[in-house]
Design a protein around this ligand. Structure first.
Ligand SMILES: NC(=O)c1ccc[n+]([C@@H]2O[C@H](COP(=O)([O-])OP(=O)(O)OC[C@H]3O[C@@H](n4cnc5c(N)ncnc54)[C@H](O)[C@@H]3O)[C@@H](O)[C@H]2O)c1
Length: 380
């Protein structure tokens, strides 16, 4: 088994999700590579040390540049806010490191293009953590679509709803609240939540040609945690857009952090000529499937509990009937990345796929500004 030394930057939500995946992956998947938790990097040395002890990292860095310079680190995992991705990834590529980068790939497509150029020039393995592609039920949806079970696709409908920023007293910026600060996040729900919906959608249903969007910022000013001053809010609190896919299907996408009662309601529905599919993150191990070709008397929506050995990834886990959850999508992503390294077939989404999503989110934000339909650039 080859050892792959990991240097992770950031120990927040994703730092934990990825560390958990590195620790579990070799217990459940037969792979030729083994991730070794070599170093964690964060600006606060005490917090980084505590994280290293808890998760089993061998060492700590407080400056990501030092981490990148280290000869004993093979792969840089970027788990920091969006405004840091480009600088870190470009430097890591130049140093010849493999890179796993959190989504969205960058603040905008202009930055993402530079990141793609850097990894292509350095010829280093790269991937973006659009982890919902690795939920077994979503992979089953992909298989059914690719096998032609749905026939021609007419509609794609996606939503990602939350409710955690409704209070006007919530400050913007700083630890945990960087998502509300446009300088750190790049955009609001469009880059944070719709980016997930767009990545899944383009994977399942092909590229998006054009979009027509509206956005709103409901709370216009918030106190900034770092400056202590009341500042203008630059992110979109809510976004809804129409899209035309290259295959001729029509789509609606909606995301907000103002849908009282919803915490992470990511759903998509796809309607085809023969069949329809529905998936819900709150019930992520299930796929709802309706096939019009079923015998009429028993035709109806099937509620498929994706837990059997012949369903995606499930032979690696428990016995049929026992489901898995959110964290396993990250384990699957690491497993696929390591398998891709071994067999020379790189796992996706890679940086170029991440750029394609950034082209789409840029077009959405532009359309919301211009009030016009906007074309979505294709990542070549
Ligand atoms: N794939 C997913 O489903 C998913 C979910 C959540 C977040 N994300 C993405 O992951 C990234 C991180 O989000 P999060 O929720 O983990 O954030 P978080 O606020 O929980 O953690 C961010 C971490 O980055 C550290 N950090 C910030 N600037 C740094 C710097 N210059 N050097 C070193 N460390 C630095 C912070 O100290 C913190 O440990 C974002 O790009 C976000 O969009 C993806």
């Amino acid at each position: 088994m080859k050892k792959l030394n990991i240097g992770i930057i950031g120990y927040g939500f994703m730092g934990r999700a990825h560390s958990n995946a590195y620790r579990k992956v070799n217990h459940f998947f037969d792979l030729k590579y083994q991730p070794i938790l070599k170093a964690v990097c964060a600006r606060n040395a005490d917090n980084a040390k505590a994280f290293a002890e808890k998760w089993g990292y061998a060492s700590v860095e407080t400056d990501w540049r030092k981490l990148i310079e280290r000869d004993d680190v093979d792969l840089i995992d970027i788990c920091t806010p969006n405004n840091t991705h480009a600088e870190i990834a470009i430097a890591a590529a130049r140093a010849g490191k493999m890179i796993l980068c959190e989504k969205p790939l960058a603040l905008n497509a202009e930055e993402a293009e530079k990141m793609v150029a850097a990894v292509e020039k350095a010829k280093v393995a790269n991937m973006v953590w659009y982890n919902y592609r690795r939920c077994p039920a979503v992979v089953l949806a992909k298989q059914l679509i690719d096998e032609g079970k749905l026939g021609r696709i007419f509609h794609y409908r996606a939503k990602f709803l939350q409710d955690w920023t409704i209070s006007p007293d919530l400050p913007q910026g700083g630890a945990a609240l960087w998502r509300l600060d446009v300088k750190a996040a790049g955009s609001g729900v469009t880059g944070d939540l719709l980016a997930h919906c767009i990545d899944t959608a383009m994977w399942l249903n092909g590229s998006i040609d054009s979009v027509s969007a509206m956005t709103e910022t409901f709370i216009k000013e918030r106190k900034h945690q770092l400056t202590g001053k009341v500042e203008k809010v630059g992110i979109d609190d809510a976004c809804a857009f129409l899209a035309r896919f290259s295959n001729g299907s029509l789509a609606t996408f909606e995301s907000t952090r103002y849908a009282r009662g919803h915490k992470a309601l990511y759903t998509f529905e796809i309607n085809g000529e023969h069949a329809s599919i529905f998936w819900d993150l709150h019930d992520l191990h299930r796929l709802q499937y309706f096939d019009h070709r079923d015998e009429g008397r028993v035709r109806g929506w099937r509620n498929i509990h994706v837990s059997d050995g012949d369903q995606p990834y499930m032979k690696n886990w428990w016995v049929p009937g026992l489901q898995i959850g959110y964290e396993h999508s990250f384990v699957h992503q690491v497993a696929d990345f390591l398998a891709g390294l071994a067999d020379g077939k790189p796992a996706r989404p890679d940086f170029k796929d991440g750029l394609a999503t950034d082209y789409a989110t840029d077009a959405v934000l532009k359309s919301a500004r211009t009030g016009q339909w906007e074309k979505v650039k294709k990542a070549k």
